[in-house]
Design a protein around this ligand. Structure first.
Ligand code: 13P
Length: 230
């Protein structure tokens, strides 16, 4: 079994969600498929045969926080997973490691699984160990870590068509596993598509992938869901 996480980002509409549901629902697969549409489309996935996730949440569960989304409400809508710390949120919405850790705490306390994203920029590539160590610092010895998933998404590979080599991914995922005492699954994300997914899923240290753009092509994603390399 491998995790296949579809992150729609800020894409899709009601019609797309209905089509996606119809085509992907009940595909027979050994993989754990987690679909993460934008918040207003989550309700379209009621009775979905695969798993549902959100792309972000508040670190708090209720209160006067206009525009924030409670993880409790996400749970109510059927979400089991929440992506947190995606590089787009870190960079464009100034999310800090501290904030991401608070979200992780809230989620694990609620028995929701955080998918914690980490990764280095192109400029930081030669120092990836230092960058990832800082991003993992608060998590690595946390008692709830076995309830989380860590996703390595090098920022330079997101939406660019560039991926690290299989050996590079293996080295980084092993580093993450060592740092986190192998307590949780480790995923790779960044330009995964129908052409490279089999090779990527054959990497020994990988537990699954996060797929952005390619998961918006419903036929292509359906084929990836059926992928049996895994
Ligand atoms: P792409 O697959 O479009 O590169 O996006 C990866 C990603 O950011 C998934 O969270």
């Amino acid at each position: 079994m491998k995790f296949l996480v579809s992150n729609w980002k800020m894409n899709g509409d009601v019609e797309f969600a209905e089509n996606f549901f119809e085509k992907v629902n009940r595909i027979d697969t050994k993989n754990r498929v987690i679909v993460c549409p934008p918040f207003p489309l989550l309700h379209k996935f009621k009775d979905f045969s695969h798993s549902l996730g959100a792309q972000n949440c508040s670190e708090r569960t209720s209160g006067a926080f206009t525009g924030e989304i409670s993880p409790l409400l996400l749970k109510d809508l059927g979400c089991e997973y929440v992506i947190i710390g995606h590089s787009e949120r870190r960079r464009m919405f100034n999310e800090s490691d501290e904030t991401i850790y608070k979200k992780y705490k809230t989620l694990t306390d609620l028995n929701l699984t955080p998918i914690v994203c980490i990764g280095e920029t192109e400029e930081e590539r030669s120092e990836w160990r230092d960058v990832l160590s800082i991003q993992l610092n608060k998590f690595k010895d946390d008692g709830n870590l076995s309830r989380a998933i860590i996703a390595y998404e090098p920022i330079w590979s997101i939406g660019t068509g560039k991926t690290p080599t299989a050996a590079e991914i293996h080295e980084v995922l092993n580093f993450i596993k060592r740092t986190t005492h192998s307590k949780c699954p480790t995923l790779y994300g960044g330009s995964v598509n129908i052409k490279n997914i089999s090779d990527i899923l054959r990497i020994p240290s990988i537990d699954g992938v996060l797929i952005g753009g390619a998961s918006l092509k419903i036929e292509e994603f359906s084929e990836m869901v059926r992928c049996s390399v895994c």
